[in-house]
Design a protein around this ligand. Sequence first.
Ligand code: FIX
Ligand code: ZN
Length: 426
Amino acid sequence: MTSDFDPEARTYTREHVAELCATVTRVCTETAVTDLHTHLFAPAFRELLLYGIDDLLTYHYLVAEYLRVSDAPYEQFWVLSKRAQADHIWQALFLDRSPISEACRGVLTVLDRLGLDVGGRDLDEYREYFAERDVASHVNQVFDCVNLKCIVMTNDPFDEKERPVWEGEYAADSRFHAALRVDVLLNSWGNACERLEGWGYDVEKSLKPRTISEVRRFLTDWLQRTRALYTAVSLPPDFAFPEDSARHKIITECVLPVARLENVPFAMMIGVKRAVNPALRLAGDGLARSDVGAVERLCAAYPENKFMVTMLSRENQHDLCVAARKFRNLLLFGCWWFLNNPSLIEEMTRMRIELLGLSIVPQHSDARVLEQVIYKWEHSRQIIAKVLADKYTDVVGTGWSVRDSEIKRDVGLLFGENFWNFLKRT
Ligand code: FIX
Ligand code: ZN
């Protein structure tokens, strides 16, 4: 600590860089986070909420890594029980070689933060620990451990396991918000149309005016039923706007008008190439570069709509930052999926902050298994803190000073307030 540093005043100048960096790290650790995109569910959804070591080990990120190093036919893996799959993954990725990939390291961070003996490498001990957990208190413990304010689920009305929960007596849990996922509607209209018809909506494939108004009614029903914070879709790399397609018509004539009326953003996750290797099932998706121009044209054509966008290809990130500089109705979020690795999170966070300042949501977890929020947030908080510390160091180098309260304000914006403020915007 430098001699003239006044801990009471908590103002950092170029003389106090070490203290400044320590404070940024502390604030990044202590600020509660809103996780705006996950695949987690509130406990009321019962078996849809995945947790525990076998689910952690059979995460599709690890399945893809395991199947690369296994000699057995893919089908042999899929016929195994979840526990047996986890055994194989543990053996191959943690014992036969060191667990240094980000997804492997994540499992170790989780076990350690839950107080388990990582050095012991005892899978049975981990299983016993989770078997004895009571779900409600386990959820509380994970939320506390991460310092999570709340999370947003991914809610698909076309999912047969999920829909009955919403149609029943679901009592909302204030830590789990909904997001209405419309992939089936937008990416597979023929299929969606049959399902809607079965649920009593007067629709037909040709998307005539009656069908358009019924699809709007469906979206409104579900936004209201789930109280979704936003509506979302994942889109392929060849997503174009405008285009001559059912998807274009449903976006422009159903999704956007309803989103405007209900004042919810439309979140687009762009760049996923589904089933590049179908034999890998959920682990078989890939990515490709997409057209940021489609996002620009949507934001320009619908200034009254709010768009949240994340893109999967590293090569799209710079163009997307520049697009966001042009449109205040566009909120960039997260380092999605194959980008959720330390080197890429750091690169993207630096670039986004350099181009967009504090007006972004730097990360979401995409967790599918409850405890994954522990590692995904711990690893990301460290990187975001490092980038912020560098940026504050640069500005105090000019003679500017930074106050404690300003660091807290800025981190608060990044870790949730930007999202909540965007939702409130009319
Ligand atoms: O579309 C999505 O929301 C993706 O995040 C998932 O489909 C993907 O499988 C995933 O879990 C990525 O992290
Ligand atoms: Zn996701």
